[in-house]
Structure formats: structure tokens, C-alpha cells
Ligand binder design. Sequence first.
Ligand SMILES: [Zn+2]
Length: 179
Amino acid sequence: MLEEVLNYNKGFVERRKKQGLDKEISGHAQKEVMIFTCMDTRLVELVEEAMGFGRGQVKVLKNAGNTIRKNCDDVLRCIALGALVMGIKVVFVVGHKDCGMKKLTAEKIRQAMMERGIAENVIASIDLEEWAGIISDEAENVREAVKAIKNYEFIPKDVKVFGLLMDPNSGELQTVQTE
Ligand SMILES: [Zn+2]
């Protein structure tokens, strides 16, 4: 797979150079927007395109199920940094229908861990459901993430946070949480 990627990359870089697409752009989000969404493969490219954003315009954070739990400090830290030093003014939490994190169970993860040689005492040391970020309802999970972002002390209060739910096939958005 590595070789395949590197081979493809050679041609890709050539094409970009020929098209003049290789010029330097700012790492600052032109639209001052950050999106926090799920790592679901159906959302790759779809989320940005469906919202009208392109390369250079927004920052995108992803994890399994766009969850913010006790063990997801990283998400809050990135949003806080985005707001404090990268000019982010608006955060969209974009959950999606048919999320895999709703179908997942603690038992399934436990089984997989056992089969792949994770030590039993290690498995017993965590709350699997919390650790994995299993969700019971996609919309409610978006609302919880919005709440966690709004309650995080390091994120300035003037940052606007909205919650949306996307259809992973059509890309249609539904509002879950407004200001
Ligand atoms: Zn998902």
C-alpha cells in the first residue's frame, strides 16, 4: 500500500505543478470556521463540499462518532487553540445518520481486544463504552458535543457553536442545535 501511494503521489504532484496548483496558501482558515465531524468514510470530502467549503477555508477535526467524552480532551484543546490563535469564530459539530458508533457495543470491542491480544487487566482498567465513545442517538450526541464545547473554559464565549446532522449519502444537512 505504501508503494502504491508513493507512486500515485509522483503523478499527482506533477499534475498539480502543471496546473499551477502548487503555490503556497495560508494555513489560516479563510472562512474562520472549524468543523468537528465523524471519521466515517462516507463523509470524506462530502462534509466540506456539502457545506460549500474548500481547501484553505476551514479546519476539520474528526474522530469516531464526533464524540467528546472525558477522554477526548484533544478535541476541546484543538477547538480552543483554533479560537484563540487561529482566528476561528464559528464551530460546526456535524454528526451523521447511520453512525457506526451507534451500532458498536462494549462487548464487541472487548471481544476484538481479547482476540488481538490486549491484556485482560488493561481492558478491565477502562470503561469501554466511555473509552470508545459509543453513542445511543446521533442528534443527542451532537447536542452533547455542542454543550461540551460551550462549557469548556478555554474556548472564548464569543465563538459560535452550531450542531448539524448529515445524511451520509445525499449530504443533506439538518439543524440540531442553533445558538
Ligand atoms: Zn459516524
